[in-house]
Design a protein around this ligand. Structure first.
Ligand SMILES: NC(=O)c1ccc[n+]([C@@H]2O[C@H](COP(=O)([O-])OP(=O)(O)OC[C@H]3O[C@@H](n4cnc5c(N)ncnc54)[C@H](OP(=O)(O)O)[C@@H]3O)[C@@H](O)[C@H]2O)c1
Length: 333
């Protein structure tokens, strides 16, 4: 079978035998993969994401079960499944043990292969109205947005949420915020992407590159009070900008690390606004299940920007790095 491994900080195509399964494992023929910003961090070996040599990257896949071990109880041959990035976070609150063994990270191999063996708890069935390509976008970006916008949010119908950029997490956040009845302000570096965001239901759009003071625009839209919640996918010093946008006692959901894992944060504003900074880690299997119920009920379709063939995975990574996409980037097998 074909697969991709990380060698010397670079992704390399290679081949190997189809792996054998143990009694509690499931063999899946991968049909679609979706890329995340994290895949760049892992492949390039940034900070805590640095993998061991020959790591198979990738966390998000959808495929068909083709063989089950004799102790597997939740799946049968022929089931359509997605991966789960954090198999050990099944329910309840997060702790450090639940973060162990994340797929395609520093701890264990991921999904960038034609066939992948999963422990039973790293898989989940998905609603059958979704294609494999659509389902593959759910394990990280959708679940993270769901966690931030639904599970950890205290917003009510009509409250205002600010979404930063039009990447994978932000567009799922837009779809969930619309379902929840929030007023949505979204920013982007591209007017074309903002037009598409309006078509998806955003109430207000701001180009953060061409607007002289985009924060002032956010405040204008809220009678200078600020928004109820910001989903900040940039992180680093950008958190200070989100703090300027949030109202007193509002929440900044700290999701991303595009601007790195540290920065200069205006702690005075946190205090004066009594603001809440809420770190968001992807989510649990229980949350994934809650999210899939909403997908099934509302037949939500993920926004997929571009699809690549498995042999063109390096091009897909290069496209992700260019950051010109809107929503998700897919690979089909
Ligand atoms: N905490 C978690 O569990 C978790 C889960 C998923 C992702 N993440 C993190 O969240 C971040 C976003 O992930 P993603 O998959 O949505 O990424 P993505 O699809 O690559 O989207 C990133 C988007 O952010 C916007 N952006 C980039 N730099 C910006 C800046 N300086 N100011 C404002 N907007 C900016 C851009 O939108 P425009 O092109 O519209 O300008 C860009 O397309 C990444 O750091 C990722 O690692 C964390």
């Amino acid at each position: 079978m074909k697969l991709f491994k990380i060698s010397n900080g670079k992704l390399q195509a290679t081949t190997t035998e189809i792996p054998e399964i143990k009694p509690n494992e499931v063999l899946v023929k991968i049909k679609a993969i979706s890329l995340n910003y994290r895949d760049i961090l892992v492949t390039e070996g940034s900070g805590k994401w640095k993998p061991t040599e020959n790591r198979i990257p990738g966390s998000d896949a959808a495929g068909k079960v083709i063989k089950i071990g004799n102790k597997v109880t939740n799946f049968k041959e022929g089931d359509n499944v997605t991966s789960l990035i954090l198999p050990n976070w099944e329910t309840g609150k997060l702790n450090t043990d639940k973060l162990k063994d994340s797929l395609g990270g520093s701890d264990r191999d991921g999904i960038m292969a034609e066939y992948v063996v999963f422990p039973e708890n790293a898989l989940h069935k998905f609603p059958n109205y979704l294609s494999f390509e659509e389902a593959a976008t759910l394990p990280v970006a959708a679940l993270t947005a769901w966690n931030a916008v639904v599970e950890q949010s205290n917003l009510k119908l009509g409250d205002t949420i600010l979404l930063i950029g039009t990447g994978g997490v932000s567009l799922f956040a837009l779809q969930f915020a619309k379902l929840a009845g929030y007023r949505v302000i979204i920013t982007s570096s591209s007017d074309e992407k903002l037009q598409k965001a309006t078509a998806l239901g955003a109430h207000h759009t701001i180009n953060y590159k061409t607007t002289e003071n985009w924060i002032k625009e956010v405040l204008k839209l809220t009678n200078n009070k600020g928004v109820d919640q910001v989903i900040d996918v940039v992180g680093g010093s950008h958190i200070s900008q989100s703090l300027q946008c949030v109202k007193s006692e509002g929440t900044v959901s700290m999701v991303g690390v595009i601007d790195g894992t540290s920065g200069v944060i205006d702690t005075g504003t946190i205090m004066m606004k009594a603001a809440r900074i809420q770190g968001i880690e992807t989510g649990s299997t229980e949350m994934y299940n809650n999210m899939l119920r909403a997908f099934q009920l509302h037949e939500i379709h993920p926004v997929i920007d571009k699809t690549f063939a498995f042999d063109d995975t390096l091009d897909a990574f290069a496209y992700l790095k260019k950051a010109q996409h809107m929503g998700k980037i897919s690979i089909v097998l």
